[in-house]
Design a protein around this ligand. Structure first.
Ligand code: T46
Length: 147
């Protein structure tokens, strides 16, 4: 499964903590867009899609939430509850975010501007694209790059 957990360096002192995110230093792609979700209502599950090309890092900068990942073969449940941990995902991974705490702020760094055509919102279509992708020999040696 193409995901990595990134641990960002914390610059802490007696005032508290600070984390700096710098392109090419601790995020391995050019960040073209930042968005965040907050005030998520109890019991809400978001996402339900995959991306074709987009690379992203998800950081729960306040509170906690969980992320369900599915690459068409295996699934993983990732708990994001530390502001210094980033979940890096790219390629064909179905994702759903759930169990948001009341104070959760989920910040996302994205490699591209918003583009609806990069979304696969139908799970059956996702599975078909995973199969097509697996049959293409040029995709066999792909690895996620991490700073
Ligand atoms: C993803 C997960 C982790 C925009 O106008 N611009 C944006 O950059 C984004 C991300 C969304 N929107 C609009 C589109 C929808 O009308 O905001 C609304 C909510 O977006 P969506 O339903 O896609 O949100 P999620 O939480 O299901 O998914 C989002 C991202 O869209 C997606 O790329 O990987 O967070």
């Amino acid at each position: 499964m193409k995901y990595e957990l990134l641990t960002f360096q914390q610059h802490g002192d007696d005032r508290g903590q600070l984390i700096a995110i710098e392109e090419g230093i601790n995020v391995p792609f050019s960040v073209k867009r930042v968005y965040y979700m907050y005030d998520t209502k109890p019991g809400v599950r978001r996402g339900f899609h995959a991306h074709r090309e987009l690379k992203q890092v998800l950081i729960c900068v306040s509170g906690s939430c969980s992320v369900h990942l599915d690459d068409g073969t295996e699934t993983e449940e990732i708990l994001l509850d530390k502001p210094y941990i980033g979940l890096q995902i790219e390629g064909l991974i179905w994702r759903e975010m759930y169990n948001f705490s009341e104070d959760a702020v989920l910040l996302v760094l994205a490699s591209e501007l918003y583009d609806e055509s990069d979304y696969i919102r139908d799970y059956h279509e996702f599975k078909k694209e995973v199969l097509r992708h697996g049959e293409d020999p040029k995709n066999h040696s792909e690895e996620i790059s991490v700073c």
